[in-house]
Design a protein around this ligand. Structure first.
Ligand code: CO
Length: 207
């Protein structure tokens, strides 16, 4: 059996098990999705959003790219963000980085990785901003991990400055933006940085 055929076989078993546990599972989900969370994570195969958070299909709207970046002219990310915030009305946006991130490590070198160099330039900007502190650390793994944390923090700030989020904040007390980091070696998610929706200013009547 080819490796991809195993995936199709496993899928049949998974679907059957879901129906056994909850006969209406798929018919219910086929009609609508009402996820409370938008997840912006790294494409790394070791950090699957649903699995590490113990959530089910329908609970998290997911966007992943190399090194969980929020690049302001990335039409793909912006479309996902607008749809999640304006239409699905998610309450929380989670930017999730991870320790041992290959994208972050690559951005710390002067090596060329082809097209990826364009993408990595966004992380290099974060690196340059915190370079003095990061380069003080001797261990290269720890250096990359600190940059991964700073990177999460910067992407949380970037999300908070986008039009969909600003529009939502004008009207409602959501979404809350969370920056988390995942440990590949222990499977634990850690909070790094978060931004709550601002408290609305009182409306003054000008008489
Ligand atoms: Co990564």
């Amino acid at each position: 059996m080819h490796s991809f055929e195993k995936l199709l076989l496993e899928n049949k078993a998974w679907a059957a098990e879901k129906v056994m546990d909850d006969p209406a599972f798929f018919t219910r989900l086929a009609h609508t999705q009402t996820p409370e969370f938008l997840w912006i994570g790294c494409s790394d195969s070791r950090v699957p959003a649903n699995e590490v958070t113990g959530t089910q299909p329908g609970e998290i709207f997911v966007h992943r790219n190399i090194a969980n970046m929020v690049v302001k002219d990335d039409l793909n990310l912006l479309s996902v963000l607008e749809y999640a915030v304006m239409h699905l009305k998610v309450k929380h946006i989670i930017v999730c980085g991870h320790y041992g991130c290959g994208g972050v490590k690559a951005a710390m070198t002067d090596k060329s990785f082809g097209i990826l160099d364009h993408w990595l330039s966004n992380i290099k900007t974060v690196y340059n901003r915190h370079r003095d502190e990061i380069d003080e650390i001797d261990d290269p793994e720890e250096r990359a991990n600190l940059l991964a944390e700073y990177n999460v923090r910067q992407q949380v700030i970037n999300i908070s400055e986008t039009i969909p989020v600003r529009k939502a904040w004008d009207q409602e007390q959501r979404p809350h933006i969370h920056g988390w980091i995942y440990g590949l070696s222990d499977g634990i998610l850690k909070r790094v940085y978060d931004i709550k929706p601002p408290v609305p200013e009182p409306h003054y009547v000008i008489a």
